[in-house]
Design a protein around this ligand. Sequence first.
Ligand code: CP
Ligand code: NVA
Length: 301
Amino acid sequence: MKHLLSMTDLSHEEIIELLDMAADMKEKRLKGKVTDLLKNKSMGMIFEKSSTRTRVSFEVAMSDLGGHALYLNTRDMQLGRGETVADTAAVLSRYLYCIVARVYSHDTVKELAEHSAVPVVNALSDLEHPCQILADLLTIREYKNRLQGLKYAWIGDGNNVCNSAILGCALVGMEISVACPAGYEPDEDIVEQARKLGGKVTITQDPAEAAKDADILYTDVWISMGDEDEREKRLKELMPYQINSELVDLAMQDVIVMHCLPAHRGEEISADVMDGPHSVVFDQAENRLHAQKALLLKLMC
Ligand code: CP
Ligand code: NVA
């Protein structure tokens, strides 16, 4: 693996290896064991959009591993004043060992990778969010002790996180059922890629059908970064797709409810479910740190 732009940059074996490494990193941190495997290595983090978890977990991951992370907001970079993505990638490659980028267009991470001599990590684009799904797979494995054969139900907007979830499920042998209104379906090419990988992907407009006997119920915000102009329309059309206690009752008794966060209680998830006994959302957020440490070691060592 040279870059992580899409979940498909990882094989089944690489995902399992990363999850094992992440579990090891997690245990070490808990025991207060420090490693400095990335000593004297610096990583740049280009952000076109806001972030809490991704920015902080990557910064802390680098610091825990003895390295250094630079937060690069595009508003403060020459990139924001017309310097090309290609020139930026070439220049940053002369200083850094890795480039993490959160961008609007997926083409931007692709272009960065094309012109970079160091690994590029997609920290969310309009098409995918692979770092989130790595952490989520770690969380699912912690709760269910397996991945293969589970039923994952995505309820709501078939967005960037959903696209990576579809590919992630295919790569680890989980069935995924996506329930969304017409017009909110996940990317067609992604669904096709997942099916080619042997993934069982169902797209339905019926949230009850997706939630039935699910081991995992997952949702994300209805208004992703960049979708703000459609706020009223999205709230109206997605309302029947809220994860609430009625939907939880249709799933397996030990269902885990997941959300990549930030959450909007009363929109994509009801407050009682978000803060209830099935919710594992803060474990997911924590696991961003451990999964990304594993990823950084794999890319930089
Ligand atoms: N889940 C996630 O990527 O959160 P941030 O937008 O806060 O980074
Ligand atoms: N789908 C959301 C995820 C935020 C972490 C967005 O792109 O804004």
